[in-house]
Every structure is written in C-alpha cells, then in structure tokens.
Write a protein that binds this ligand. Structure first.
Ligand code: FEO
Length: 384
C-alpha cells in the first residue's frame, strides 16, 4: 500500500538478460503498476508480457471483489502495455484512458484499439474517481510521443511514467542514483529539452510522492531527485572529476591513459573515472561522459578511422545530445595517426564543447616527449 487508496501491483523481473534488448540489468528490473481505489477504480499501466498472470493476481488482491472502471495507459512501450488486452478481456466493463497518440500504437502492437471502450484525453484533462481527481499532463518524448504523466491532487502523487525510473528490481537494495543515471542517459538522455519542459510543469504542482514505472516509489527528500533530473536534462555537470574513455590494441594507448590518470591524481584531481570501452558496460561509460565536466578520449587510428569501440561510443554520445564539456584527445597511430582529427570530426555537431590545447599523438609506443605532453595535459585539465 502506498497511501490509503493507492496500491502497488507491479512485478520484479529477475529472468531478463537485456532490458530493451541492450542494457544489462544485474539486479533485474521492476515493472510498476498502481491501482487507485475510490468510488471508481483506476489501474495505472500494465506490466511486461511475461508477468500478466502475477500482475492480475496482484490486482485481484487489491480489488476485494470489485472491478476496475479505468485502465490508464501512460506509455505504450511494451514493458508497460503488454497486458492491456488481457485486462480489458478480464474486465469487460473497463474503459481504457490514454492520449490519442496511444490508440494507433495499441492497434499496431496488439491489433485492437478499443474504439468502443476508450477515453482519449489531452493535456490538462481531468478524471474524477470520487475523492481523487487525476490531472493528465502530456510528456511527449519522455520517452515516446504518446507519454503522459498523471497527478493525483488528493494524495499529491505524481505518476511519472518512465521519468524517475531506474534499472533494478525492487527486492534488491542498491544506490538509486547509479542505476537511475545509467537508465536516464541510456534511455531518455536524448530528450533533455522535453524533460526540462516536464520539470517546469511539475514545479507548479505540490508533489509529495513520485510513482514511476520502474524503480522505487520516491516519498522522501524529493528535492534530491528533482535536482538530479534537472542537472541531467540540462546536460550540466553533476560530479567533480574527469572521465577517461579509451581503447587500446596492444596496451600502448592504455599506458598513456594510466599515466594521465596517475598524473591527474598526483596533481589533486578528486575523481578520475577510467573506462576501457572494449571491456566495460558501454552504458556506464555513457553515463560517466554526461556526469563529469571533462572527458578525455584516447584511441588508436584504425582503417584510416578510429577504433570501432570508440566510434560507437562517440555515436552514442552525440545521438544523446552530448554537449557542454571540455574534451581532451589522445591518439595513437603507427604510420598515419588520424584518430584525433576523426574524433573531433564526430563531435563537430555537439554544442558548447571546448577542446584542450594539448592533444597527445603517440606513434606506437610512448616516448619521453609523450610523457611530458601527458603531464602538460594533466596540468591544463586541472588549471581551471
Ligand atoms: Fe519503461 Fe519507455 O518504457
């Protein structure tokens, strides 16, 4: 039970290997769903396809013999929408409530758009359940176009769809920010402007509790979570420190990275995060690149371009609106080093990047001159 009338009926998924077919989730995933029991009963969102049975049992346990009047669909991505048809078949009196962009998606996914049992709502519409009046707020591209969030003015609860979600099942204790940040930048990172708009709308509401579709219900210290979301969606610097993302073929670029890390630490840098792009979880490397203000990129020249892991990484950054960073480049190339130029070229469309004056060029193995350049680069990066 979340409040006297709001109940949790979500599920934990520990069987999933990759969330959205790409993100490792070592602590599983939660698909949240809620029920508001009032004069009318509203269910908010369903769960992943594999958990329909368990979810309906959870729902039944809350209903106490009554039947739901409304199924509110805030988001049509299948981790939340896959049991719409099942609920509507189980409870033939229920009406599905969603934004008008959702119904064509329902038809596309499930071959059914409930034309005779639906209530299409738009931004600002309300739905009265008795004591609880729900206000719907359109949140397009947070993180699909049909998304809306729902505010309950009676209990002062914001049902935030994917917003404020995280990886990880709810029966595992783990740090919120770590897995919320990886989730945010992986899944919603491109849509900072849209998240900013939603935060501005949320600022006008008296919110005591946030109920997302993944991760725990947030009921204390909401300023902490709102502040992080503001930093993330405005591409601000969350943590002091420097991140180094690199690839190395025979270890020489790796040695340059070690040397730079040691120099940065020696010179007093509080945090140096190092990610070997061939071996780390790419989503961790992506969140680090957005988290810190200075990003060092080190890679080898490869087929007249840059090493594939670095190319993919830079693509993942730029497609998510990477911006407002200081960038330093280290390149390696035995006969025609072009990696620095190529990396810079890939970042050309990114806004508000400044590049360090020192770019280090290694031609195979580190030289004394390279070591000196790395020391100078470390000094430059810590000078501001
Ligand atoms: Fe959790 Fe965008 O679905």
């Amino acid at each position: 039970m979340i409040t006297k009338d709001i109940h949790y009926i979500g599920v934990n998924d520990h069987a999933i290997d990759l969330f959205e077919g790409q993100y490792i989730v070592p602590n599983g995933m939660a698909y949240n769903s809620y029920v508001i029991v009032d004069e009318k009963i509203a269910v908010l969102d369903t769960v992943d396809a594999r958990f329909g049975e368990e979810w309906l049992k959870n729902l039944e346990g809350v209903l106490g013999g009554r039947t739901p009047d409304y199924l509110i669909v805030q988001h049509m991505e299948p981790d939340h929408s896959s049991n719409i048809v099942r609920l509507m078949n189980t409870y033939p009196e229920a009406v599905v409530v969603s934004s008008d962009k959702s119904f064509p998606m329902m038809k596309q996914f499930f071959g059914e758009d409930f034309s005779s049992r639906r209530l299409a709502i738009k931004d600002g519409d309300t739905l009265c359940l008795g004591t609880h009046t729900l206000t719907f707020v359109a949140a397009p591209m947070v993180h699909w176009p049909e998304v809306m969030v729902t505010y309950d003015s009676a209990d002062k609860v914001l049902f935030s769809a994917d917003g404020f979600g995280k990886f990880g099942a709810l029966d595992v204790e783990e740090d919120w920010a770590c897995e919320a940040r990886r989730y945010y930048f992986g899944i919603v990172g491109k849509y900072g402007a849209q998240v900013q708009k939603l935060l501005a709308r949320a600022a006008a509401l008296d919110i005591r509790m946030i109920c997302p579709l993944h991760g725990p219900v947030l009921s204390e210290n909401l300023g902490y979570y709102l502040n992080l979301y503001n930093i993330w969606s405005s591409y601000g610097v969350e943590s002091e420190g420097i991140v180094i993302a690199y690839t190395s073929v025979y270890g020489n670029t790796g040695k340059a990275v070690e040397l730079l890390r040691d120099e940065l630490v020696r010179l007093g840098c509080k945090k140096v995060a190092v990610n070997d792009l061939a071996r780390c979880d790419r989503a961790e490397a992506v969140e680090d690149a957005f988290r810190y203000g200075t990003v060092v990129l080190a890679t080898t020249t490869y087929n007249g371009d840059i090493f594939p892991f670095m190319r993919d990484f830079l693509h993942e950054l730029t497609e998510r609106g990477f911006q407002k960073k200081k960038i330093a480049l280290i390149e390696n190339g035995t006969w025609a080093p072009v990696a620095a130029k190529k990396m810079r070229g890939m970042l050309e469309g990114s806004r508000e990047l400044t590049f360090a004056e020192h770019t280090v060029t290694i031609r195979s193995g580190l030289t004394d001159a390279n070591r000196q350049e790395i020391t100078e680069l470390a000094c430059e990066l810590l000078a501001e």
